[in-house]
Design a protein around this ligand. Sequence first.
Ligand SMILES: Nc1ncnc2c1ncn2[C@@H]1O[C@H](COP(=O)(O)OP(=O)(O)O)[C@@H](O)[C@H]1O
Ligand SMILES: [Mg+2]
Length: 353
Amino acid sequence: MAGGSVQLVGLEKRFAEVLAVDSIDLEIGAGEFFSLLGPSGCGKTTTLRLVAGFERPTAGQILIDGVDAADTPPHKRPVSTVFQSYALFPHMTVGENVAFGLKYQNATKSEMADRVGKALELVQLSGLDKRKPSQLSGGQQQRVALARSLVLNPSVLLLDEPLGALDAKLRKALQVELKTLQEEIGITFIYVTHDQEEALTMSDRLAVMNHGRVEQLGTPAEVYEEPTTEYIADFLGSSNLMNGEVVGHDNGACIVNLGGLRLRAGAGRTDAQGAVSLCIRPERVLLGGTGANDLPGVVDRVVYKGPLLEVLVHVDGIGELQAVVPNHGDGAGPSRGSRIALGFPPEALRVLA
Ligand SMILES: Nc1ncnc2c1ncn2[C@@H]1O[C@H](COP(=O)(O)OP(=O)(O)O)[C@@H](O)[C@H]1O
Ligand SMILES: [Mg+2]
C-alpha cells in the first residue's frame, strides 16, 4: 500500500442555510497523518464525507493524487472510511465482516482469505476471525472496523472519531497503536477528532477548524506553542489570556500595559499596536517570579492533579491566572492566601492580534 495525496481547493458545503464547510484549502501529503480538530459542529465530518464522496461539494474541488474526484463515486475512490460507530454486522463473524467489502472487488476465495488474514494480523486480531462482534471488547470491535477498511487497500484512510466510544486508558493505547500502524503501512490518514490531546499525540500536522473554516494549520508543536488566535489558544490546551494596551516596542519585544502593570512580551505579533491580548501557557508561568517580568498575586487555590499541581493565582486588575508545576510529592504546593509573584518569560508571552 502507498499513501495518496489529497488536495482541497476552495471546498464548500452548504446545507440550506448552514455553511458546514466554508472555503477550505488544504494540501495533505502522501503518507501523512493529518488531523482535523475542532469542537462539535465545526464541519469535520462533512469535510471527511466530501473526501469520501458521500456528499457533493457546493463549490470547490477535491483532488486525490492530483486527479479531480468530482465524477468518481465513493466506491471507486482510493479511500476508505472508519466510523466511530463501528457499524459491524452482528450476525457475521469477524472474518466475514472484514471480507464484506471485498465482495465488490474481483477477488478469488483464496485471495480473499489471504487479504482478510493480513488485515486481521495488521490490527492484531489473528485467530479471532470466527468470533461474532458481540464476543469482542469495544477496542477489538474498533480494530475489526479498521481491518474492514484496510482490507480494501485504500491509499487514504478516513477516520471519523474512531476512538470516541472507548474509555480513556484504551483510547491512549489505541492512539499509539494506530500511529504505529500508519507508519508501518505508509498510507495517508485523515483523522477527525474533537479531542485535542489525541490530535497532538498522533498527527504529523493538524488543521484546527472553527465554523467550517481552517483557523490554524501546522505541526502539533507549532499549533500548541504558537497559537495565532484566542480561539486556538483556548481550544488547544489551557491558556492564560490577558487583555492590555501596547505602550511601546523595545528590541523586538512589545511592552503592554495591563491595568497599570507592565509586561514585556517577546512572541507572536510583537509589532502590534493598540488593544491586544497576551497569552501564556500555564506551564510556562514561573511560580515565585523571575524578578524581572512579574506580576504580584495571591494564591486562590491549589488543584491536585497527580503528576502536576495547578496553582490558581488572583492578580488585582487582571483576574485569575494559572500556573502548573510538577508535583514533587512533598506536599500541597504554595498555601492558599499567600502572596506570590508570577513570572512571565518574555519569549513565552505571546501577543495575539
Ligand atoms: N445532512 C445535513 N443536513 C443539514 N445540516 C447538516 C447536515 N450534516 C451536517 N450539518 C450541519 O453542518 C454543520 C457541521 O456538521 P458536522 O460536519 O457534522 O460537524 P462535526 O463533525 O465537526 O461535529 C453542523 O451545523 C451540522 O448541524
Ligand atoms: Mg462529526
